[in-house]
Design a protein around this ligand. Sequence first.
Ligand code: ATP
Length: 230
Amino acid sequence: MLTLHSVTAGYGATTVLRDVTLTVGPGEVVALLGPNGAGKTTLLRTATGFVRPRSGRVEFDGTDLTGRPPHQFSRRGICHLPEGRGIFASLTVRENLIVQARGRDRDEAIAAATELFPILGARLHQTAGSLSGGEQQMLALSRAYLTNPKAVVVDEASFGLAPRIVDQIYTALEQLVAQGMSLILVEQYVQKALDLATTVYILGRGAIVHTGPAADLDPTEIYERYLGID
Ligand code: ATP
């Protein structure tokens, strides 16, 4: 469904991704792993139109989107959840949800979001910037959910969060997958990503060094062989 074909991409004179091919099918979950600086965020940004490939193609549902601006990716149902979460800090939770609801009935949108994360229901009139880190991530994920995406690209969903909150985020991600959404996850908690993922891609210095079913991989081996951590 969403495919990068032999993509080379970078910033200015720096080449970050080299000949990267990655695909996520309908309802599939890809875990994208690799050491710091390998190019994971750059790959996600390329998959959602924020970085233009220098060569290669990005296709979604058979349409070539290479070089198109990010809003054309989002209009087709590809949603990017950036590491900084991308919420409006000075707006309330309710306002953040309403902005995202666009044409949809406001109450229905708020009900859908608070069903995914009930805690948001108790925070509707609080500014997003005053939420805890975990609640902010939940709000970001609810906002993504309201766009009814076909594929969601999630950069470090659990960054800086307590394990209990990480579990809640992953339970919600599981629900999205159960509804048929595809995910590409960049995740520092390798085991969390492997539990949800169907397929794993490992990036090393901008190139794919391993691709295979998630079930075949042992997290310890991943750390030792690919992530440079003993
Ligand atoms: P991390 O796990 O540390 O977040 P990553 O695998 O996500 O790393 P990227 O953030 O994609 O890696 O960065 C890959 C390389 O691209 C790094 O060397 C980084 O310094 C460089 N880079 C990232 N963004 C930019 C930018 N906007 N301009 C120039 N170089 C950049």
